[in-house]
Design a protein around this ligand. Sequence first.
Ligand code: ATP
Ligand code: MG
Length: 394
Amino acid sequence: MVGKTILLVDQNESSRVYLSADLRGKEYNILEAASGKEALISAWRDNPDLILFDPVFSDIQDIEFIQKLRQNARTKTTPQIAFSSDPAPARREACLSAGADEYIIKSPDALSELHQALGRIFDGDAISTDAPEPEPERIRDGLLIVFLSAKGGTGTSSLCANLAMNIKEHEPDARVVVADLILPIGSIGQIVGYEGKLNLVTVADLPSGQTNENYFLKNLPEPESWKFQLLAGSPDPQQGNDLKGNRIGEIVDVLRKTYDFIFLDLGRSLSRISLPLIQQADLIPLIVSTDLSTVELTKTVWEYLQVQGIDMHKMYPILNRAVGLDGLTKTEAEKIIGFSIKTTMPYMGGNFALANNLNQPITVKYPRDTASIVFKNTARDLIKAARQANAENH
Ligand SMILES: Nc1ncnc2c1ncn2[C@@H]1O[C@H](COP(=O)(O)OP(=O)(O)OP(=O)(O)O)[C@@H](O)[C@H]1O
Ligand SMILES: [Mg+2]
């Protein structure tokens, strides 16, 4: 335990001084923070071994504080102890279910309880065989957002890249990755202007031990102005044919452990490889264009997905006016497919293709266009919907 660093968070100075003196006496290194936001910055910057906090902050809600730590890749597994003067069972429950590991009530016995908890948590590192089963990892994995369409050319790849780019607008600290799984040839690299050699096929060729969290964080490119890291797709059909398909599930698993948001572009590929990914998804944005044939095909795809056990609450249908101003209205499309559409992307004429050709996000190239507002709002709503769907799955 000697040498472990604890981030101690308490708005009350005397309480902080008292606790830090006690813990320093036990040879812990102590970092201190007096507010929730100061604590988040220190947690992400200084990488403490444990975060001990009084869950009362004037600048952030306690539950939000816990969740922010849990959702950020740098702190998602850092042990958290809430040290609280509130004995209410509901408060305790709320903190624990948000992700705190322990909830200790400030009382005359609290210090010895705290020392025991620290012992359990830090000794658990050493004798992990006796430790209780860890929580299933999945709960703390990043949110998997899988873009699908029933037909080509509906704007799936463009919307996937542009929505991923807008996530940072709402969650500046989030780690976001986009992986292009389209075979035999991906297009997100083209949209964002990535011309490097690293792609799904080259990554799948590496031994699995090598493609760990560190590998992705260090090596995946972050194309200028896109604000996410990209695992580009197959660059040509020849390489696409050589893809080691059996490695995909494993690669996506590592991405989920590494990033807070994992956007997958599956386009219209419903296959042996893509189905398990769709089944694992937290949210499935289904891109529908306004022409009758796409809408009818979407209905067929949706019926198929239902048979495969996909729940309605995971579906996030987006109507994209990619094909011009005529076509079906939202209500007509909803009637045919049988579910309600969450967002409609306006028709942007040639501007969309131009932004893509210049490798620029829509919100950068046309910040004042209605489409930019829709992208921003939809990104925020996606985050909310994905979290909700994820919570419902557990
Ligand atoms: N809302 C829109 N307004 C105008 N044009 C659009 C819109 N959405 C998409 N487009 C046009 O459609 C083109 C195709 O989009 P994109 O490549 O993203 O579709 P896709 O569904 O991924 O196609 P593929 O089947 O080739 O993978 C874009 O380059 C753009 O020109
Ligand atoms: Mg595409």
